[in-house]
Design a binder for this molecule. Structure first.
Ligand code: UD1
Length: 339
């Protein structure tokens, strides 16, 4: 298929673009490069031995979208582009709603005009909010607790309403748990701008010497070791999940929601131990107060994706830490270092 990938130079977008190219799909990457660089795409092309088209454009620019659909005639869209920092979304809610929600509306309007009605959307387990019930199942109510999460929830609602209004649409809403790791080559990986908000990139930057120590947010949760438990998933498993979802919806109409997680929870201390083992050195850490808005435990029930997509996340926490470290040590400053 010919696939438009919005946000294709970002972390999950670049790994998925690689998988798409390797599976023989033609890819058009669209990105505004707000939090990424085209170096990831250069490396994806190098790894796959294939080229993708690239357009630097913003979803808030309807004319640019129109030109992309007119010129490239995609048959399906995988929509990653969006802002994702929780704290920033609290400080700048309008910026988040405009970029994520209004941007998606522009994209959907262009798709509709061009008779492209197959879309895989990057949602997040954040839509479950601070639910105390685990594992999280797709039919649990959405209850996001911050503006970023509410943009994901609102886009899910918009897509569900769209699918209900017109049976020609094929829509997959993928709820990612905690994506980590990198392609096993170490050529592409996560390269956050500024101070990482998420655990793994922070741990990796401590291990490589860019930061002094990890602050562990809370050691008094009701969990086996008192630290927060999450469902970490290898980004290559996640990328494969997109291809499985695309295959599924390309053959069927309607709206589907799938959790993409492993179904296993790991604590912050377990992640630190696994990363230290992978890096062959202790990663210094210190306990700090809980981070507001954090749930104690979050992990997926991934059985729907397994049953319907024939997909499951097979890579272990050790694999995730090995590959994340391999990327970080080869690219201590991310893509900024060298070509
Ligand atoms: C966070 C976001 C979520 C978003 C997801 C992916 C919050 C409250 N949630 O999820 O909306 O979808 O990232 O971008 O920000 N931790 C530390 N020290 C750190 C960083 C994290 O101890 O420096 C702990 C956290 O308390 C948590 C675990 O590590 O228990 C994972 O944190 P993180 O990687 O930020 O992911 P989430 O909080 O699950």
């Amino acid at each position: 298929m010919r696939i438009l990938v919005t946000g294709g130079t970002g972390y999950i977008g670049s790994h998925t673009t690689l998988e798409l190219l390797q599976a023989g799909h033609d890819v058009v990457v669209m990105d505004n490069l707000a939090n990424s660089s085209t170096e990831s795409l250069n490396r994806v092309q190098e790894l796959s031995g294939r080229t993708a088209s690239f357009v630097q454009a913003d979803l808030l620019d309807p004319q640019a979208l129109e030109a992309i659909f007119a010129e490239h005639s995609p048959e399906a869209v995988i929509h990653f582009a969006g802002l994702k920092a929780v704290g920033e979304s609290v400080a700048k809610p309008l910026h988040y709603y405009r970029n994520n929600v209004a941007g998606t509306l522009n994209l959907l309007a262009a798709m509709d005009r061009h008779d492209v009605r197959t879309i895989v959307f990057s949602s997040s387990a954040t839509v479950y909010g601070a639910s105390e019930e685990v594992p999280l199942v797709e039919d649990m109510p959405m209850d996001a607790v911050n503006p970023y999460g509410r943009t994901k929830e609102q886009i899910e609602d918009i897509l569900a309403d769209l699918g209900a209004s017109d049976e020609r649409w094929s829509i997959a809403l993928l709820r990612y748990f905690n994506p980590v790791g990198a392609h096993e080559s170490g050529r592409i990986g996560e390269d956050p701008t500024g101070v990482p908000n998420n655990l793994l990139p922070f741990v990796a930057q401590v291990a490589v010497g860019r930061r002094e120590k990890v602050m562990v947010f809370g050691n008094d949760y009701n969990t086996p070791d008192g630290t927060g438990v999450r469902d970490y998933i290898h980004v290559m498993d996640l990328a494969a999940g997109h291809l499985a979802a695309l295959d599924y919806i390309a053959a069927r109409k309607g709206v589907k929601r799938w959790n993409l997680g492993t179904g296993n929870g790991s604590s912050v201390l377990e992640v630190l131990a696994a990363f230290s083992k992978a890096a062959g050195k202790d990663v210094p850490y210190e306990f700090a107060p809980r981070r507001p808005g954090d749930a104690a435990v979050s992990y997926a029930d991934p059985s729907a994706a397994r049953a319907e997509l024939g997909w499951s996340a097979g890579r272990s926490l050790d694999d995730m830490c090995r590959d994340h470290w391999n990327w970080q040590k080869q690219n201590p400053q991310g893509y900024a270092t060298q070509a």
